[in-house]
Design a binder for this molecule. Structure first.
Ligand SMILES: [Zn+2]
Length: 73
């Protein structure tokens, strides 16, 4: 089995949504290549520059489960 990058998706670490707005823009003369990304579902990343983790698509359900468990505790 080979690891295909298409199997990976950016996910919001706050709500688990994969509906991430991706935008590359140059702010103040420097480019991080990831500035301007935010979660369309919960707006995470709108007011600050955050790096959204990329996870395997097959792990999305697990990821969301973990987030929910953290919220309960
Ligand atoms: Zn979110």
């Amino acid at each position: 089995m080979s690891i295909n990058s298409k199997d990976y998706v950016k996910i919001c670490p706050k709500c688990g949504s994969t509906d991430i707005h991706l935008e590359t823009r140059i702010i103040g003369g420097y480019s991080e290549g990831s500035g301007g990304n935010f979660c369309r579902n919960c707006s995470y990343g709108v007011d600050k520059i955050v790096i959204f983790p990329e996870i395997k698509k097959s792990k999305i359900k697990e990821f969301i489960k973990e987030i929910k468990n953290k919220k309960l505790n």
